[in-house]
Design a protein around this ligand. Structure first.
Ligand SMILES: Nc1ncnc2c1ncn2[C@@H]1O[C@H](COP(=O)(O)OP(=O)(O)OP(=O)(O)O)[C@@H](O)[C@H]1O
Length: 764
């Protein structure tokens, strides 16, 4: 609802007056920063002048140390205050052109006064009057704006709940310091504002949603009661946006005790990490550790020489393979088992068993000469009964090895020296010979020390392989977990041991191997992580979750996913659309936390109503999805008579979309294989076409082509499905992939195909 002239005048004046105060503050802060900066440089320069260096006796030394500590203390204090001023300056510089975006008038119960609360990206206090001119969107009172329509309202503070009456709810669009639009809103946060935000073009980068966070999203952003927060959110319901806003919120709320280093966000891939990389800086927060699970596995397995498969190659294998291929069949049988919690229990039982024997050690040798034998290591390790964990015992063993290697090195040095003395060709002086022999001995032994430190003398892969070559062992461990060997054991075991023999580590074997490695070698826990957020949570298996919980024992978890988009195969994945399966309850069970909360987001903000309704037909029994009321054109079904015609049709459609104003147009194929062929065929027709692969680190607007699974999490103005024929999309395992592809579109969806149309789109 627009506001009246007089009111508008007042609002214009306020924007101008707050801006000028901010500018003034920026000037002051700028001076402070300069001044503190120069003081800091001066202190750095004169650091030693102000220290009384005296080393004549013990007392003098103590005095010198005290004087250094004091000086260092002064330096640290100065650095801190410099940093504080610089941060404040940076924050204000970022908001000076758009200081706030909302206002609520709130009258607390029992109070006469009506408080005007202006809400922006960062708070701003009038230094002269101490009046809060702008509240940070994360302040407790600001939650009223997101949670309530005008009327009775309550917000929570750490001390108490505050109730009252919201008398006004207003939104502003301020650009370059000018108030461009202002309106009062009713029930939810202005449909009007949201419409404006959602009808714009997709960017190469995601943006924050701070001005239009919806109530149900706010609930997730501000939740701090639950240890495990599970979010089932429909495609486009804002899961990723919420995850990032939540990070910013937590960093603000716990600013004295929590830093970005205490949080970790698992993203699906590097392209996606880049896509979301602007959101936190936009919110004025430092970026945080963002990684992919694959990066973590690669890091943990570095140096093993194994060929680690990534989830995309796994998926490509699944999508391109056929049941007729025995290797395909064996693998498809093995994946649900290897990703199950039952298999996790097997690994754990194995870890227990290894405490009493069975760790495989390898000889430590130089060339052919064995310096420490595997038997010696085993004897040392298992010789004495120990109550310590495997990792601690391994540490002791490494220490012992390092000592032993020191002795071996000293002997080698002596031998080298003696040889040099005897060596008639060598003409160096005695000190030179000593130095030379020392260097030679060091060079010979250093790689072994490195191996001792890295525990390279333990053959974890061999132990893992044994799980598949030694049926009795596996059976025994399974029995301890109260389970029996999987039915297809014979084919699972021979398929797996053959792959491992060749140094190939399939994606489904990587986490179990890393877990076993962690159990044997220690270093399994990362205690510094206090919040672990997992985006695209449906792609993680029960094994993954159980593992993450062990990895981050002190962390609270936020798991955001959509079962409708579960395109990867694992123990918990529902195979198709036969009906909703309550996978999230199994995650909650898995996390074994009483304080687990599951929240559902059903409203989709990305796509037009027509696209959402079209996509829902693909998964009639899937998780619910409701469109936000934004209308556009109906998705189009475009049939081609032949392969060549299909190519032309896709190219023409892409050009039409581009000329029609779509800044990002994505042509989505099913697999990498199809993408490669389609790219080659389309390139002459679409010279500007960019091919996105799993190695791509960022993309720019324009026309691009990629397999649908790489487009996960991303969005485009227009999406063109390359070939939605029945020959391409027909099997149950492809249904969710097809759904995911359709839901990437904001404004336009064109479904091209040849031959029969996929049965996933029932024709009336
Ligand atoms: N409250 C909101 N205000 C404005 N835009 C929003 C809001 N919530 C979501 N959006 C927009 O909707 C789009 C989808 O959001 P996001 O990518 O976070 O959804 P998602 O649930 O992670 O989607 P998917 O699972 O399909 O990848 C984004 O463009 C985002 O900016």
């Amino acid at each position: 609802m627009p506001i009246n002239e007089e009111e508008r005048e007042r609002e214009d004046q306020r924007v101008a007056s707050v801006r000028s105060q901010i500018k003034e503050r920026i000037m002051d802060l700028g001076e402070t920063v300069d001044q503190r900066g120069s003081e800091l440089t001066a202190i750095g320069r004169s650091f030693w002048d102000d220290i009384s260096v005296n080393a004549d006796n013990a007392d003098d030394l103590i005095e010198t140390a005290a004087s250094m500590a004091q000086q260092e203390h002064v330096l640290m204090g100065q650095k801190r205050s410099f940093q504080v001023a610089q941060d404040a300056l940076y924050k204000l510089q970022r908001v000076v052109d758009a200081p706030y975006f909302a206002r609520i008038d709130f009258q607390e119960q029992g109070e006469q006064e009506r408080e005007k609360i202006y809400i922006g990206l960062t708070s701003f206090i009038d230094p002269k009057t101490d009046e809060i001119l702008i509240y940070d969107w994360r302040a407790p009172i600001a939650s009223l704006f997101y949670d309530y329509p005008p009327g009775p309202a309550t917000y929570h503070t750490p001390e108490m709940d505050v109730s009252g009456d919201m008398l006004l709810k207003r939104q502003y669009i301020i650009k370059a310091g000018e108030l461009q639009d202002v309106f009062d809103t009713g029930i939810s946060i202005g449909d009007e504002m949201l419409q404006k935000m959602l009808s714009r073009s997709a960017d190469e980068k995601m943006h924050s949603i701070v001005t239009t966070i919806q109530r149900e999203q706010n609930q997730i952003i501000r939740d701090d009661r639950h240890k495990v927060l599970v979010v089932q959110g429909a495609a486009g319901s804002g899961k990723t946006s919420v995850a990032l806003q939540r990070i910013a919120y937590l960093l603000y709320k716990y600013r004295t005790t929590l830093s970005a280093d205490n949080m970790i966000l698992f993203s699906p891939n590097s392209l996606f990490s880049d896509y979301v990389s602007h959101v936190l800086p936009e919110l004025g927060e430092a970026t945080m550790q963002q990684t992919t699970f694959q990066d973590y596995l690669t890091h943990k397995l570095s140096g093993t020489g194994l060929k680690l498969e990534d989830p995309y190659d796994q998926l490509e294998f699944i999508l391109t393979g056929t049941e007729q291929d025995p290797a395909y069949k064996a693998r498809m049988q093995s994946i649900p088992y290897k990703t199950s919690e039952a298999f996790l229990s097997v690994i754990e039982a194995y870890g227990e068993k290894l405490k009493h024997g069975g760790i495989r050690f390898v000889d430590l040798s130089v060339g052919k000469k064995v310096l420490i034998t595997a038997e010696e290591l085993s004897e040392r390790f298992y010789g004495k009964a120990s109550i310590l964990a495997l990792g601690e015992r391994m540490e002791q063993l490494s220490e012992w090895m390092l000592e032993k290697l020191d002795e071996i090195q000293a002997d080698a040095q002596k031998r080298f020296y003696r040889k040099m003395v005897r060596e008639p060709k060598y003409l160096g002086t005695e000190p030179e010979m000593k130095k030379m022999s020392k260097m030679k001995a060091h060079k010979a032994i250093a790689p072994l020390k490195e191996k001792a430190r890295n525990l390279a003398y333990v053959d974890v892969l061999g132990m893992y392989r044994e799980l598949y070559t030694n049926r009795e062992l596996h059976e025994e461990l399974m029995a301890q977990a109260g389970q029996k060997l999987p039915e297809a054991w014979e084919s699972i075991s021979s398929f797996t041991s053959a792959a491992l023999e060749q140094g190939i580590l399939h994606y489904e074997d990587a986490t179990p191997l890393v877990y076993l490695k962690g159990l044997v070698e220690g270093q399994l826990r990362v205690g510094t992580i206090r919040y672990c957020l997992v985006d695209e949570a449906q792609d993680y298996s029960p094994f993954h979750y159980a593992y993450l919980k062990k990895l981050f024992p002190r962390a609270r978890f936020t798991l955001l996913g959509d079962w409708n988009q579960g395109i990867f195969t694992h123990a918990n994945a529902a195979s198709d659309a036969d009906g909703p399966k309550n996978e999230y309850s199994s995650i909650s069970e898995l996390m074994k936390e009483e304080e687990t909360e599951t929240i559902r987001l059903v409203k989709s903000y990305r796509s037009t109503r027509e696209i959402v309704e079209f996509a829902s037909r693909v998964l009639p029994f899937g998780e619910p999805i409701e469109p936000f009321s934004r209308s556009g054109e109906e998705p189009r079904l475009l049939r081609a008579a032949s392969e060549t015609e299909l190519c032309r049709l896709v190219a023409d459609t892409a050009l039409t979309r581009q000329h029609g104003g779509a800044s990002s147009v994505a042509i989505l194929c099913k697999t990498e294989r199809e993408t490669e062929a389609a790219h080659a065929a389309l390139k002459p027709l679409l010279p500007g076409l960019t091919r996105i692969t799993k190695e791509t680190l960022h993309y720019e607007a324009g026309v691009m082509i990629m397999p649908a699974y790489l487009a996960k999490g991303l969005e485009f103005d227009a999406v063109i499905l390359y070939d939605a024929g029945a020959a391409v999309y027909a099997e149950a395992k492809e249904r969710k992939l097809f759904y995911t592809a359709c839901t990437r579109a904001l404004h336009h969806l064109d479904v091209c195909y040849q031959g029969e149309l996929t049965p996933f789109l029932p024709q009336d």
